[in-house]
Design a binder for this molecule. Structure first.
Ligand SMILES: C[S@@+](CC[C@H](N)C(=O)[O-])C[C@H]1O[C@@H](n2cnc3c(N)ncnc32)[C@H](O)[C@@H]1O
Length: 238
């Protein structure tokens, strides 16, 4: 397990020729040649359409936020993992796609695009890098995904809408910021009209949830070596 301190403002290793070669080698080993070739073709297709889902170094993005030092990394989960996590969510509740799906730290919009393909049609991204917001808007528009709003702001200032249904965190920041975001959700709890599912992928700072007992742990899921924790916040009064 990576040490917690190492994960704050990590150097992004999800890029460069060695990362690509290593990923291709691992995929060939785990998934075979056909699936690997399909994935390579898909990534080339993204590039040809002008879609940019590459990993990015956060320190090069001129982000104006006191919370930059608590941010972790700009990357994304493998497509298999994302689809597995989203399908797990769909299994929890039949009507889960009715409310808003919110990706906190939405980066280049890759997760939002997968959520859309899995049936979530009310999408919100919150991202404190202006450049990443612009790239995600362009990516999602090329993919024909319209009903999505990207908020250029710090997650600690985001006001969750009353019809929030899913909140997704792919290890965006350390416990310092997490505490503030979870407190904000609880302060607003009375207004929510749905029970809210919280997904915490790559949950390095999972201990933070010990202090927020209203978020009930409902599932730990280990898939292809990727850990995800699921929590449920019941509507006030339920
Ligand atoms: C691991 S990336 C997640 C990308 C995206 N969720 C996906 O799966 O495709 C984490 C993102 O969180 C953003 N971030 C980190 N701290 C933030 C904060 N305090 N407010 C808003 N965004 C933040 C970073 O800029 C980065 O793009």
């Amino acid at each position: 397990m990576t040490k917690k301190n190492d994960t704050v403002l990590m150097k992004n290793r999800q890029k460069g020729i060695f990362h690509i070669a290593k990923t291709v080698f691992e995929k060939l080993k785990d998934e075979g040649i056909k699936t690997t070739l399909e994935k390579i073709a898909k990534n080339i297709g993204y590039k040809l359409k002008g879609i940019d889902f590459d990993a990015h170094e956060l320190t090069s993005l001129n982000i104006k936020s006191d919370n930059l030092k608590y941010a972790t990394i700009c990357g994304s989960s493998s497509e298999n993992t994302v689809n597995h996590v989203l399908n797990t969510l769909l299994d929890f509740e039949k009507n889960i796609t009715k409310g808003k799906f919110i990706d906190i730290g939405s980066g280049k919009g890759k997760l939002l695009s997968h959520a859309y393909n899995c049936g979530f049609k009310k999408l919100i991204g919150v991202e404190f890098s202006k450049k990443l917001c612009e790239i995600s808007q362009k990516n999602l528009s090329i993919l024909g995904i319209k009903n999505v709003k990207i908020h250029h702001m710090d997650a600690v200032d985001f006001v969750f809408p009353r019809d929030t249904k899913v909140i997704y965190f792919l290890n965006p920041f350390s416990d310092k910021v997490f505490k503030k975001v979870l407190s904000n959700i609880l302060t607003e709890r009375k207004k929510f009209i749905y029970d809210i599912y919280v997904v915490y992928r790559a949950p390095i700072f999972n201990d933070v949830f010990l202090k927020f007992k209203d978020f009930k742990h409902i599932k730990s899921d280990l898939f292809n070596g990727d850990l995800t924790e699921f929590y449920l916040l019941k509507r006030a009064g339920k």
